[in-house]
Design a binder for this molecule. Structure first.
Ligand SMILES: NC(=O)c1ccc[n+]([C@@H]2O[C@H](COP(=O)([O-])OP(=O)(O)OC[C@H]3O[C@@H](n4cnc5c(N)ncnc54)[C@H](OP(=O)(O)O)[C@@H]3O)[C@@H](O)[C@H]2O)c1
Length: 321
């Protein structure tokens, strides 16, 4: 079969012939229709993700849409494995998959499930999210942040603030439900005072940035709280601006601040799988704006470079030439 193959962590994958894998007990072979290049997939392919065990060669791809021999269309999530989804075929555990209606677009599902899952699971599994809550999304201009704005609204947030760097992309979030926009690319003092104003009564922060921005935002928000006893839940979901953040210790004493993370490990595989059907049906409901672009498997090396700069989520299509 043809597959995207990584043979060295410092080079991108290339399209090569690879032996078709043999299913073990509980596995079935699936024809892959679409699998997206998420940041998580890029860190899998360069060996930097915290789950990486350093084994090569590696076919990247952590999830996708495919068709099993019985004709069912499925969205699947793979375990940590060297045989990923960016191939003509891969091995799935049907228990880690969900059957999809024939009406869906495989490219849209492959593009949206991972970024959507980040906030869907964070809000539904990591905290006691209440309709009517006020939400701030830090890093709202990426694929996951855009979905977080839309999902927070769909889950009943009364007010959503989108904070992001790219002014044009940020402006587009108003049409997706963001009530307030904060441009993190403007002068830092202005952005910080806008964060403080919104932070006076925010309930939940979905944070894709971490690094300096989490510390800066908390330093501004905590002294501005209208009521120190009001719970402020900060969900650490991504670390685009740095894996470490110098959070001031006083922030944790001065108000009712709860910092939690959401991702593989802090949410059990069973809980993640339990959310797949509802999330798949949510995404196929037609309520979401999803930026996806298909690329043939044969162009995977070029797509890897593109994925670092484009806004669209690139989706690898094994059958396309
Ligand atoms: N824990 C989970 O369950 C989970 C699941 C999915 C994703 N994630 C993580 O979430 C993060 C975002 O994923 P994604 O799919 O949204 O990635 P993405 O589509 O590549 O978006 C990344 C965004 O980061 C923004 N950015 C880069 N540098 C920035 C800076 N210095 N200040 C502000 N914004 C900056 C860019 O915004 P501009 O366009 O404004 O420059 C870009 O749009 C990643 O770290 C990913 O690993 C976590």
């Amino acid at each position: 079969m043809r597959a995207a193959v990584v043979t060295a962590f410092h080079t991108p994958p290339s399209c090569e012939e690879f032996p078709t894998p043999e299913p073990a007990d509980g596995q079935v072979l699936i024809d892959v229709l679409a699998s997206a290049i998420h940041p998580r997939v890029r860190s899998q392919a360069d060996g930097s993700h915290y789950t990486s065990v350093g084994e090569l060669p590696l076919i990247p791809g952590i999830d996708g849409v495919g068709r099993t021999a019985d004709g069912q269309l499925r969205y699947f999530v793979l375990p940590d494995t060297n045989i990923g989804a960016m191939a003509e075929q891969t091995l799935i555990d049907p228990r880690r998959s969900v059957v999809l209606p024939e009406t869906i677009d495989p490219i849209v599902i492959a593009a949206a499930m991972n970024p959507a899952m980040s906030s869907w699971i964070a809000l539904r599994r990591r905290i006691d999210f209440r309709p009517g809550s006020r939400v701030l999304v830090m890093g709202a201009t990426g694929n996951a942040g855009r979905m977080a704005v839309q999902i927070a609204k769909r889950l009943g947030a009364s007010h959503v603030t989108a904070a992001g760097r790219d002014a044009e992309k940020l402006a587009g979030l108003a049409a997706l439900g963001a009530d307030t926009l904060i441009n993190l690319g403007q002068e830092k003092a202005t952005a910080t005072s806008e964060l403080a104003a919104v932070g006076r009564d925010v309930d939940v922060v979905v944070d894709y940035l971490w690094g300096e921005w989490a510390a800066t935002a908390l330093s501004a928000i905590v002294p501005a709280r209208r009521d120190d006893a009001q719970k402020l839940t900060w969900i650490q979901v991504g670390s685009i601006t740095g894996p470490e953040s110098p959070i001031p210790s006083a922030a944790l004493r001065a108000c009712n601040l709860h910092i939690v993370g959401s991702g593989q490990g802090s949410v059990s595989p069973r809980d993640i799988l339990a959310e797949l059907p509802s999330l798949a049906s949510e995404i196929t409901s037609g309520h979401y704006d999803i930026a996806a672009r298909a690329v043939p498997l044969a162009r995977v090396t070029a797509a890897w470079a593109d994925a670092a700069v484009t806004t669209d989520r690139l989706v690898v299509i094994p059958s396309a030439r």
